[in-house]
Design a binder for this molecule. Structure first.
Ligand code: FPP
Length: 284
């Protein structure tokens, strides 16, 4: 089992599975996080199981070069491709990237359609490589309003990589943490009405059966462990509605580097910083 009681699907080694279990124990029982827990989690292999990335700074990078914003997004897509390959090579099990938030719909129509054009390009150019690297692609968020060609490309990628067993590359697209929590609450409410039945007067039995694990099952990230490490580039130090529930105990590493300049070496230095942290999960 992973932390917060979520089920972990496939891909992990026995040792990594055990590491997830140790972290789960620490969080749910509230006992002191022992050095054995920390060693189990990151000792032999300092690479976090789940890394989430806010890929920020494409626009500023382009501006510095006197180029249009889309030039920055294109460079950002190339950086993302490199990091997917590198994270997979390093044995990361889950890599989640914030590619497009619910708030990003407020950007100009040109920029929005340009980003989705890049998504199609990414899939066309990189699908074979993703398959060769055994990467499983999935999407969280409501991407139903995106252009039909981008949606088709995305769905093809999800389908064609679904049989892989390696790193899960999760693209947050049309994603918002609050919207996801709200959606989970609505799913539970609908379930309550169904289970309690017509004219139900006492729902307390149902409510007492809802715990954090059951709530987390209704989130779009269900099946993945919570992120161990969140990286945000470009000097901004906020979460911007990304994985609000899931990052309760994540470690954060911020770098001033703009996303298009983010390299595998910088990724490694973020992981290195993470490995020096003392994770206590609320214990002492
Ligand atoms: C944030 O930089 C970046 C985005 C909102 C888009 C991220 C998109 C990519 C990395 C490439 C496309 C890949 C996919 C999978 C769609 P910003 O534009 O907010 O930069 P700024 O803060 O400097 O303006």
């Amino acid at each position: 089992m992973a932390r917060a009681g979520k089920a972990v699907q496939g891909g992990q080694t026995a040792g990594q599975e055990a590491a997830g279990g140790a972290v789960h124990d620490t969080q749910t029982s509230g006992r002191e996080a022992s050095s054995a827990d920390q060693a189990a989690h990151g000792g032999d292999s300092p690479v976090p199981r789940h890394i989430a990335v806010v890929m920020d700074g494409n626009g500023r990078w382009a501006k510095q070069k006197g180029r249009p914003r889309l030039f920055g997004h294109n460079a950002g897509m190339n950086a993302m491709t490199e990091i997917v390959r590198h994270a997979s090579d390093r044995g990361v099990e889950y890599l989640t990237v914030y590619a497009f938030s619910t708030e990003n719909w407020k950007r100009s129509a040109d920029e929005v359609s340009g980003i989705f054009g890049l998504l199609v390009k990414f899939v066309e150019l990189k699908l074979r490589e993703l398959i060769e690297n055994n990467v499983v692609v999935s999407v969280i968020g409501d991407y139903s309003p995106i252009p039909a060609d981008a949606r088709a490309a995305l769905e093809r990628t999800i389908r064609d990589t679904s049989g892989n067993t390696g790193m899960r590359f999760i693209i947050a697209l049309g994603y918002g943490g609050r919207a996801d929590i709200l959606s989970a609450a609505k799913k539970l409410a609908a379930e309550a009405v169904r289970e309690c039945g017509e004219g139900c007067a006492d729902i307390s039995g149902y409510l007492s059966g809802i715990d954090e694990a059951r709530f987390a099952e209704k989130l779009s990230t269900s099946g993945a462990p919570d992120p161990d490490l969140v990286i945000r580039t470009s000097g901004e130090k906020r979460l911007s509605n990304f994985l609000l529930w899931e990052t309760a105990y994540s470690e954060f590493v911020f770098t001033d580097v703009l996303w298009p300049d983010f390299t595998p070496e910088i990724f490694d230095s973020c992981v290195e910083e993470y490995s020096r942290r003392n994770r206590r999960f609320g214990g002492r």
